[in-house]
Design a protein around this ligand. Structure first.
Ligand SMILES: CC(C)(COP(=O)(O)OP(=O)(O)OC[C@H]1O[C@@H](n2cnc3c(N)ncnc32)[C@H](O)[C@@H]1OP(=O)(O)O)[C@@H](O)C(=O)NCCC(=O)NCCS
Length: 155
């Protein structure tokens, strides 16, 4: 039985392990415990009988823009609609904050398209989105695709 909730301090070790597992596979940036403590309130986690099976974070960038970060579902739970449910939750969170545009830098173009996102030109995104990218091993040769949605179309 899958359930969603906001992350708590006792989730940090499991989050750290899962995110860094996905990072070694090249899906996302690795995270230190420090950054997880600092960003803890951004995270929604997914559990199956108390076991962490996925997570995603909503990071506010600017007045009307937020980024989906560290989104991943454990392999054995993928393709069951859980990722899309998580996107819907993060979109609702953005809407409650009066933020109407969300985006992700991703290799999962087909998934984000299914969730209603469209490809956008990275160069037209605000410069601030590159702040965290400076720490990426690939910087400045980013090969991720920017996918964005205006939230009225997701409701
Ligand atoms: C991307 C990811 C979060 C998708 O989660 P998921 O729970 O498998 O996705 P869902 O089951 O909700 O899929 C929603 C739709 O997208 C489609 N989809 C999902 N992954 C897809 C893929 N890799 N290629 C094509 N379509 C895909 C599904 O078929 C589904 O379409 P449908 O509604 O027509 O059936 C998951 O594959 C993952 O964790 N990948 C590794 C980490 C990663 O790349 N994260 C993204 C960082 S931005």
């Amino acid at each position: 039985m899958i359930s969603f909730r906001k992350a708590k301090m006792s989730d940090v070790e499991n989050l750290h392990r899962l995110i860094n597992d996905f990072a070694t596979k090249g899906y996302m940036l690795p995270r230190s415990r420090n950054t997880l403590y600092e960003a803890l309130r951004e995270f929604t986690i997914i559990e199956d009988q108390g076991m962490l099976v996925g997570m995603g974070a909503l990071h506010v960038i600017w007045e009307d823009l937020a980024e989906i970060r560290a989104l991943a579902i454990k392999e054995e739970y993928q393709r069951r609609g859980i990722g899309q449910q998580l996107i819907n939750r993060l979109a609702k969170e953005a809407d409650e904050l009066e933020i109407h545009q969300i985006f992700a830098l991703t290799y999962q173009v087909a998934f984000f398209k299914k969730c209603g996102f469209n490809e956008v030109n990275k160069d037209e995104m605000p410069h601030k989105i590159w702040k965290e990218c400076i720490d990426c091993p690939k910087f400045p040769n980013c090969d991720e695709v920017a996918m964005a949605i205006t939230l009225v179309s997701i409701k």
